[in-house]
Design a protein around this ligand. Sequence first.
Ligand SMILES: C[S@@+](CC[C@H](N)C(=O)[O-])C[C@H]1O[C@@H](n2cnc3c(N)ncnc32)[C@H](O)[C@@H]1O
Length: 200
Amino acid sequence: MSREYWEARYQTGEMSWEKGAPSPGVVDFLAARPGLPRGTVCVPGCGTGHDVRAWAQAGFDAFGCDIAPSAIRLAKERTKAAGLTAQFQLADFLRDEPPFQFDWLFEHTLFCAIKPEERDNYVRAVLRWLKPDGQYLAVNYLIVEGGEGPPFPATRDELWQRFSPHFELAADWVPRSYPNRTGRERMFWWRRACPAQKAH
Ligand SMILES: C[S@@+](CC[C@H](N)C(=O)[O-])C[C@H]1O[C@@H](n2cnc3c(N)ncnc32)[C@H](O)[C@@H]1O
């Protein structure tokens, strides 16, 4: 979907994804792992920045990008109001170059918002924005079949087929969710595999 499409969703307030809080799945992930080495994390399609602030609060150098100018404006305002530090940038995650490569990439409700025919570009973007030994954590909204998206259909099988050639799956599980998403989300924790390892 275009930048104009997403900006219009913010301008008209048609933001059904906006829950006023970070994904419960990432909150639990971070709380359960206080010893995780801190580093840089990118949240593409960060919306108003709830998840970016969760990572920042946990001590990571957090960076959010979004294609919609209003999302970035709101994310900056809310992060300042919360007294937290994070970087935000207007960017098309699928097409733009990253400012640098990140230790972590965290995704929440972006993959399902990308048209299936654009998802090869999504995978290429994850590989471009992440360090060669980086980790990719996702809260994926799973939909078997849909009407007119976004969100578009996304299944565990598709995610496996797209990401397993490039990553080792450390774990996947059903996370705690917002009330109206219970049972419809799955978290995937991928570690980037070096090509030599994958060959064996
Ligand atoms: C369904 S919303 C999810 C927002 C946020 N992750 C959340 O869960 O609250 C999808 C977001 O991705 C952004 N987006 C869509 N395509 C994008 C792209 N190519 N690059 C960066 N952001 C994109 C939209 O502007 C929107 O903010």
